[in-house]
Design a protein around this ligand. Structure first.
Ligand code: ADP
Ligand code: MG
Length: 237
């Protein structure tokens, strides 16, 4: 079981954003989509999510052909750089939202929210408003909210991009630990080589709409597939 993207091409007008992209991401893996800005990472993530349609090719999620399924039916959770939080709702209410619209029993919701807030280390902040959290805490809340409905797949688009370097590093380590705890299949987009190398099980290097290489951090380092990968990883400071 896995996320399987096969032969995906996406054009915006004449511009080819994704050119015959195929990747297979095993269940439970933490995968980074890494590459320079404009390379097509977000477009690929949006196509996996069902927020955008490929022109050609297929997407299958955990054995189900998802190519024509709308986002709501794909069983995926998202976190974006600028997450649209509900500003007037408490942290607990934000996390509960997905369960409430699914009309889950109240006791179940309370229990699940408690569990999730523990998982993201925000239990003591459950009654705060998002504006009373730090940026890093808000992104942890966003992750708890995405996990609430037990998605099969978690998709993160530059989730820590807006935060300062120190908090980014903390959250990066924290994401790794969280993943080791919940094992949900996770794909995160980043243009930060160090972030990908330190956090991911496997990295998909994407540039100008093409996959340059797929491999573990060690493989990319030891055997870069081409000059592009070597040059791009060489920019790590
Ligand atoms: P990345 O996330 O790797 O920075 P994107 O997937 O956002 O790259 O974008 C890849 C390319 O496709 C960019 O050149 C971008 O300008 C273009 N693009 C993305 N979305 C659209 C759109 N909705 N309309 C036109 N061009 C787009
Ligand atoms: Mg992007």
């Amino acid at each position: 079981m896995s996320i399987d993207v096969s032969g995906v091409t996406k054009k915006f007008g004449d511009f080819v954003a994704l050119d015959d992209v195929s990747v297979s991401l095993p269940t439970g893996q933490l995968t980074a989509l890494l590459g320079p800005s404009g390379g097509g990472k977000s477009t690929l993530l949006r196509i996996i999510a069902g927020l955008d349609r490929a022109d050609t090719g297929t997407v299958s999620i955990e054995g189900t052909d998802a190519t024509r399924l709308p986002a709501q039916k794909r069983n995926v959770g998202f976190v974006f750089q600028h997450y649209a939080v509900f500003k007037h709702m408490t942290v607990a209410k934000n996390v509960a939202f997905g369960l409430e619209i699914r009309k889950r029993p109240k006791a179940e919701i309370e229990h699940r929210v408690d569990e999730l807030l523990k998982l993201v280390h925000l239990s003591q902040f459950s009654h705060r408003l998002p504006s009373q959290l730090s940026g890093g805490q808000r992104q942890r809340m966003a992750l708890a909210r995405a996990l609430a409905v037990e998605p099969k797949v978690l998709l993160l688009d530059e989730p820590f991009g807006a935060l300062d370097a120190k908090v980014r590093k903390e959250l990066r380590d924290w994401l790794r630990r969280l993943h080791d705890e919940v094992h949900v299949t996770t794909v995160f987009v980043t243009h930060d080589q160090e972030e990908a190398l330190e956090v991911a099980d496997e990295i998909v290097v994407i540039n100008e709409g093409r996959v340059e290489q797929i491999g573990s951090p060690d493989q990319l380092y030891d055997e870069p597939a081409n000059d592009f990968v070597m040059g791009f990883l060489g920019e790590v400071t």
